[in-house]
Each structure stands twice: as C-alpha cells, then as structure tokens.
Design a protein around this ligand. Structure first.
Ligand SMILES: [Zn+2]
Length: 50
C-alpha cells in the first residue's frame, strides 16, 4: 500500500490496519494516506472546526 500523497510505503499493523488513514476524493474514491500526510491533511480541518 502506497501513500496517495507522498508515494511512500504505508506500514500496516499486525491486525492489517493501515498506519494512516483513507481520504475520499470528490468522486468518492478512497485513497490511502500515510500517518505523516494524515497529520498534514487533518490539521486544516481541525483549524476549520475551531
Ligand atoms: Zn504520505
């Protein structure tokens, strides 16, 4: 599994879960995002909520 943002390999936990998250694009398609990019993606959203 590769990060859709930075292209780095995303590690999975022993349960098979991504160390990161999925984001949906405008078409509703899921893209895997690594932990580092997840932080970058969620930051603006958190700011918007505040
Ligand atoms: Zn990434």
């Amino acid at each position: 599994m590769k990060c859709a943002s930075c292209g780095q390999k995303i590690e999975t936990t022993f349960l098979g879960k991504l160390v990161g998250t999925y984001i949906k694009d405008a078409n509703g398609k899921k893209h895997p995002i690594c932990f580092e990019c997840q932080r970058a993606f969620t930051k603006p959203q958190l700011l918007e909520r505040v």
